[in-house]
Design a protein around this ligand. Structure first.
Ligand SMILES: NC(=O)C1=CN([C@@H]2O[C@H](COP(=O)(O)OP(=O)(O)OC[C@H]3O[C@@H](n4cnc5c(N)ncnc54)[C@H](O)[C@@H]3O)[C@@H](O)[C@H]2O)C=CC1
Ligand SMILES: [Mg+2]
Length: 340
């Protein structure tokens, strides 16, 4: 039976923000989303992230030791587009993403119909598959890279009204599309997914699907059904996938997840009765599910595969940009404290 559902890990992001600066930035962003003219103006002095067939453009950092998302000034991008023989006005097809701490609006633009290597040369960077890019860019840039791709993908796949079959038309910011024939407004969508790290007090339960990379185990996850609460979805998924009944839930955090489509990951910790830990795996969904000790988990967290050309460890967990990793780290920290 569900006993509690309380936030145990407070949202440091919000608390650490300078409040007045944050409010004015959000109000500005809200205006840009709704006001086409203001958004067009903002684009002129803003910055644009480029994607080639949904792969973001990365550039080397100034020290040359790593990579970061390439954020191009609109005026520079217009010049680059002209150099590669394109009309600079395609910049206006960019979608609004966010406003930085320095009040700079950021946009994303798909340039998949332009010559990839010519663009890479002119921009001094390279287009990298998003999954790979997550291993290369600094962690704080990952959500923006994911958002840029997700918004582009959503617009690419929602250019027709599902009621009339007529084309939909975007607003300038890209915060929605409208079918003028039916009057329906479409907003970018995410599918809610629960992800849960189940513990019996001293071990945690991880599982793998056959399609996962070799040796990788993750927390249990599943799409919410229509009409379900997070708590109901989580109880159902654990019951369906491993045949266990969870007793207690604690919210951990959330994350937008761009693969394979936009999901909204809602992450929780859960416990089961230590006397009822026998797993009964749904083989249609999972290849394996096993209880792991604290020692096995800490070793896996320390032995993350870094070089894709090398054989991965026998057992490893999702990388730090995935919220599954956050859950596993939190569980390990909690175990460490309770063992002192
Ligand atoms: N960021 C992270 O740390 C993690 C993210 N994930 C993501 O969570 C998502 C869901 O995880 P699964 O365990 O595979 O879900 P799942 O356990 O619900 O199984 C997937 C199946 O659910 C059905 N389904 C129902 N609604 C769906 C929808 N809106 N979209 C697609 N399929 C739907 C399909 O039959 C699909 O084959 C995946 O996209 C996965 O990439 C999974 C683990 C870790
Ligand atoms: Mg699942």
């Amino acid at each position: 039976m569900l006993q509690s559902f309380k936030p145990i890990f407070s949202c440091n992001l919000v608390l650490s923000r300078s409040f007045s600066g944050y409010v004015s930035r959000m109000r500005y962003l809200m205006r840009l989303k709704e006001d086409d003219e203001a958004c067009r103006e903002a684009l002129k002095s803003g910055k644009v992230l480029l994607y080639h067939k949904l792969s973001p453009l990365l550039r080397k950092t100034s020290s040359g030791s790593g990579y970061k998302l390439a954020s191009l000034k609109t005026s520079d991008l217009e010049q680059i587009l002209e150099k590669v023989g394109k009309d600079k006005h395609i910049v206006n097809e960019s979608f609004l993403l966010e406003c930085t701490d320095k009040d700079e609006p950021q946009f994303s633009l798909e340039v998949g119909d332009l010559d990839r290597s010519a663009l890479e040369q002119e921009c001094g960077g390279m287009f990298v598959d998003l999954r790979k890019a997550f291993f290369m860019i600094p962690g704080p840039e990952s959500p923006l890279a994911a958002k840029g791709q997700a918004l582009l993908r959503w617009h690419q796949t929602n250019s027709f009204c599902s009621a009339t079959g007529q084309p939909t038309v975007r607003n300038q910011s890209g915060s929605y599309r409208v079918c003028h024939s039916s009057g329906i407004t479409y907003y970018p969508k995410m599918a809610p997914v629960v992800i849960v790290l189940v513990s019996d007090g001293s071990r945690c339960l991880l599982a793998r699907q056959a399609m996962f990379p070799k040796g990788m185990y993750s927390a249990l996850s599943g799409f919410c059904d229509m009409g379900e609460s997070v708590e109901e979805a989580l109880l159902r998924e654990v019951a369906e996938e491993v045949g266990l009944e969870v007793e207690d839930l604690q919210y951990s955090g959330s994350q937008h997840w761009p693969f394979p489509q936009s999901s909204f990951m809602l992450a929780c910790h859960a416990t089961v009765n230590p006397d009822k830990t026998q797993v009964n795996i749904d083989k249609a969904e999972l290849e394996d599910a096993r209880w792991f000790t604290y020692e096995e988990i800490t070793e896996a967290l320390q032995n993350m595969p870094r070089d894709p050309r090398r054989e991965p460890p026998v057992f490893w967990v999702p990388p730090s940009y995935a919220i599954a990793n956050q859950l596993i780290q939190e569980w390990a920290n909690h175990q460490q404290l309770s063992r002192k």
